[in-house]
Design a binder for this molecule. Structure first.
Ligand SMILES: *[C@@H]1O[C@H](CO)[C@@H](O)[C@H](O)[C@H]1NC(C)=O
Ligand SMILES: [Fe+2]
Length: 437
């Protein structure tokens, strides 16, 4: 928290020193070329043997539980032992194990999953998986009240730039990571899911990682692999069956943080979304269940951006926007974060393609660092609603400071140094009388 406060203070000083971001900026900054995929550089596979837990990651379930997911090559008990002192595990929980095969060539390790708790908020828990003595992990549970800090980053992949992004994120004192799709860029080659799991483990085992899926997670092959999201669903199970409005699908879900002060909705770009579909009906009910007197901030994540002035993927999100924008607007959703376009862009508050003081702030944050490189070509002139756009890798942070204000900062990986290249204060639409008549 102390570092978070300092950052806010620094920004306040920055703002006071007449630093102002004028409208419609296309930043001229251009990054170097994409970096090589890590698994081509170094073997990330060599520590995989026997019952050693690997690819450990955690995700929140309800207000005080945590799901621990890990993989072992050989059979091992799906048991997590945990406690608040390193080396002492007074509690334990046994979960379940699954495997999947892919294209007859690949058979996954044992994917274990156990939900532990109830846990105390803002507390560090030490844990081990499958009773393995060699690897102790720890995570910090999120706070049960504000302030609350999210890291948000999409299209991560596993390149040298991904590594830089992860290093910058690791230096932040955040509570939870949100990922709007495109995780491993395995692209049908399943061992890349494993190397990705190992790459993100130091962060994903220490803070909850809440993700939704992108096009790189679909991995359907005509006739041979007809089930979409096979690896994604097996490896990144999210709490779709917990909380106040269970969705019944791992591809879209929602949850509360900070004792209900913020509500997070993760949508599926590649799952039916028009009126009458399961996702639409669920979203409508989920939004209807929010009490804005208690829930200061509502944010949504979706892979394909609904507003985008980059030439890459231009117009791809239009159909989903046409179908669902009115729902989010009606519920006064504060911000919508997307990935897919490998660049950063921030829009003003928008509804139906026009600036609207009661619409969400739209942000594209698909700049985690994947091997496809950056999307550097923009539509000109820059739309009036687009405030800032730049094709660089980086990550974002959303600090919900209190019930009225949240600070969004974008941290560019400026030649390996994190630089705050864009920031904006977002005030809660729930506490804006003009938007709640
Ligand atoms: C919320 O935080 C903002 C930004 O730090 C501050 O200006 C405002 O006074 C705070 N509001 C309350 C009610 O504490
Ligand atoms: Fe994508």
């Amino acid at each position: 928290m102390a570092t978070g406060r300092k950052a806010i203070l620094a920004l306040a000083v920055l703002a006071a020193c007449s630093f102002s971001v004028s409208r419609a900026v296309t930043s001229p900054y251009l990054r170097p070329k994409p970096r090589t995929t890590l698994s081509e550089l170094e073997s990330l596979l060599d520590d995989a043997h026997g019952q050693t837990p690997q690819q450990v990651h955690v995700s929140t379930v309800g207000s005080d539980m945590m799901r621990v997911t890990w993989i072992t090559e050989d059979d091992a008990p799906p048991m997590v032992e945990y406690g608040t002192t390193s080396g002492q595990y007074p509690f334990s929980e046994t979960g379940t194990t699954t495997r999947y095969s892919y294209l007859a060539l690949y058979r996954s390790g044992n994917i274990h999953d156990a939900v532990i708790g109830p846990l105390k908020p803002s507390t560090t828990y030490y844990y081990r998986c499958s009773s393995d003595q060699s690897r102790e992990f720890s995570f910090r549970t999120p706070p049960s009240s504000l302030p609350f800090e999210f890291v948000i980053v999409g299209d991560l992949g596993q390149t040298g730039w991904t590594k830089t992004t992860l290093q910058h994120i690791a230096a932040a004192d955040y509570d939870m990571l949100l990922l709007p799709g495109d995780l491993s860029y395995a692209d049908f080659f399943q061992p890349r899911w494993d190397s990705y799991g190992r790459l993100v483990e130091p962060l994903a085992s220490a803070r909850p990682w809440m993700v939704t899926q992108g096009n790189h997670e679909i991995e359907k092959v005509p006739l041979l692999e007809q089930r979409a999201f096979k690896a994604y669903n097996a490896r990144w199970r999210m709490p779709y069956d917990a909380g106040a409005s269970p969705s019944g699908s791992n591809l879209y879900y929602s949850f509360d943080v900070a004792g209900g002060a913020a509500h997070v909705i993760l949508l599926g770009s590649y799952t039916d979304y028009v009126a009458g579909t399961a996702q639409y009906e669920w979203l409508q009910a989920d939004l209807a269940g929010i009490d804005r007197r208690k829930t200061a901030f509502v944010v949504a994540l979706v892979h394909v951006p609904w507003y985008n002035s980059n030439k890459a993927h231009q117009g791809e999100g239009d159909d989903m926007r046409d179908a669902m924008e009115a729902l989010l607007y009606g519920a006064r959703v504060d911000a919508v974060f997307a990935g897919h376009v490998h660049a950063y862009e921030r829009f003003t508050r928008v509804y139906e393609d026009r600036e609207d003081p009661c619409g969400p702030v739209y942000v594209t944050i698909g700049d985690g660092g994947n091997r496809e490189g950056l999307a550097a070509k923009y539509v000109d002139p820059q739309p009036k609603t687009s405030v800032f756009r730049e094709a660089s890798f980086g990550h974002g942070r959303l600090q919900v400071v209190n019930a009225t204000n949240a600070l969004w900062t974008w941290h560019r990986n400026d030649d390996d140094e994190p630089v705050i290249a864009d920031h904006v204060w977002i005030s809660s639409l729930g506490s804006n009388p003009a938007c709640n008549e």
